[in-house]
Write a protein that binds this ligand. Structure first.
Ligand code: RM4
Ligand code: MN
Ligand code: MN
Length: 430
């Protein structure tokens, strides 16, 4: 596997940090032992954890107002993969990349697959894009894509989704994520029911093109770019459509796509119960689809989501196989640093959820002991599991201190030299 940061730098940095880590790890191990938990078993679980990186997250994003490009931004999917490989080299829990088409379209997908293989990377769900017009496109998505009132426009959107599946097959992906921006801005602009009927007709055509071992991940979002109504606006509409389409269709939960204060962990539980949980786009938000770094604002909520996920693992729930992906947009940070941090934050929630004393929790639930049930969750959440995460990383060949080692490598400055700004960018979202 080709690595872009000098391995001896990683080893050197790790060596100087190892004595303190070992001390902290041993201390945590002794503490967990008092509760009958074997730290080694937890570290092994942590070392197996994976979350995919969004190709579009490697560029600097923007807002409706402006975009401020960063130094050495990747200009194409090959350079995005290089950045993803640096992320994975440091954190070793991000072996897969989720591409977005046509942003990441290439003329030779076999070549792209080979390029990723060399960097030790694979591909997670492929994402279609019918929320933007592309140069030379025959029919505009201004008034919608899969739900457009014009049949030719709908056909064009269906065809794009099918070409994404074809490209994904070559890349070794097994899922298509469909998020559409379709909706309306004025009361009365669209007939809700007829619009959803058109969605289902189009989505069925896409669904029918899925290979046997593929899934279709439907992603809902409450609003934006449509601000009065959105076709797939919440998990209710999402799961109804997934049920209508069939077994291969499942509902994807993007953490930023709900109204503030919605109980997302409960939505997750419902989707698990009915075998309809596709997976996640992890990020954090204060207001809406803010795409902030995972766990940066609501780490407890993220922990509660993982509590449901670990519970499902614990209960061996049938059909439980969610895809974990990040979906973020970085406006003021180096995207590589933000993605490394987010991957670690998601892994942290997972590890803390592993430490919940489930039998005790079930007992308190059954005896209606609300305070002890809550304290059982808090006991796991309040543990500092950083030594477990660092130990899992170093055993997998990563860095004890990912951001410090990455900064020391000078990768970003070197990328700046190699990748002069193209003026506009092939990455990031404005
Ligand atoms: C959307 C949604 C999708 C992503 C686009 C770029 O808000 O989160 O997952 O494909 O943004
Ligand atoms: Mn998303
Ligand atoms: Mn989003």
């Amino acid at each position: 596997m080709k690595t872009l940061i000098n391995e001896s730098l990683v080893a050197e940095q790790n060596q100087s940090l190892m004595p303190a880590l070992q001390e902290d790890y041993d201390h945590l191990g002794a503490k967990l032992q008092r509760s009958g938990i074997d730290i080694e078993a937890v570290t092994q679980q942590a070392a197996k954890f994976q979350v995919a990186v969004p190709s579009w997250g490697t560029g600097t994003g923007g807002t409706r107002f402006a975009r401020f490009p960063g130094i050495g931004e990747p200009r194409n999917i090959f350079e995005k993969l290089e950045d993803c490989s640096v992320i994975n080299q440091m954190v070793r829990c991000t072996e897969k990349v989720s591409p977005h088409f046509p942003w990441d379209k290439v003329s030779d997908f076999t070549e792209l697959k080979g390029f990723a293989d060399d960097l030790g990377l694979g591909f997670d769900a492929v994402n279609s894009n019918t929320f933007q017009d592309q140069p030379g496109q025959e029919h505009s998505y201004k008034y919608g894509s899969l739900t457009n009132t014009c049949p030719q426009t709908r056909e064009q959107a269906v065809a794009h989704n099918i070409e994404c599946i074809e490209w994904g097959k070559t890349l070794g992906s097994t899922a298509l994520t469909v998020w559409i921006g379709d909706g309306s801005n004025f009361a009365g602009q669209s007939h809700f029911q007829r619009q959803l009927e058109r969605y289902l007709d189009s989505a069925k055509e896409v669904y029918n093109a899925l290979p046997d071992d593929w899934s279709m991940f439907i992603e809902h979002k409450m609003f934006e770019p449509a601000f009065y109504s959105t076709v797939i606006q919440d998990w209710g509409t999402n799961v109804l459509c997934a049920m209508e389409l069939g077994e291969k269709a499942k509902s994807l939960v993007d953490l930023g796509h709900h109204a503030p204060n919605v109980n997302i962990e409960m939505i997750v539980s419902r989707l698990i119960q009915f075998q309809k949980l596709a997976g996640f786009h992890f990020n954090d938000s204060k207001y809406g689809d803010d795409d902030l770094d995972s766990g940066s604002l609501h780490p407890f909520q993220q922990f509660l989501i993982f509590n449901e996920l670990v519970d499902a693992e614990h209960r061996n729930q049938p059909g439980f196989n969610p895809a974990y992906m990040l979906d973020q947009s970085h406006n003021v940070t180096d995207p590589i640093e933000s993605l490394m941090n987010s991957a670690e934050e998601v892994q942290r929630s997972y590890v803390k959820a592993l430490l919940v004393d489930r039998d005790a929790l079930y007992g308190f639930q059954d005896s209606n002991d609300a305070i002890m049930a809550a304290n059982t969750l808090k006991a796991a959440f309040n543990l500092d599991v950083a030594p477990i995460l660092a130990m899992a990383r170093v055993r997998n060949g990563g860095a004890i201190a990912p951001i410090a080692t990455y900064r020391e490598s000078g990768y970003r400055a070197a990328a700046g030299e190699k990748r002069p700004s193209s003026g506009h960018s092939g990455s990031g979202i404005v």
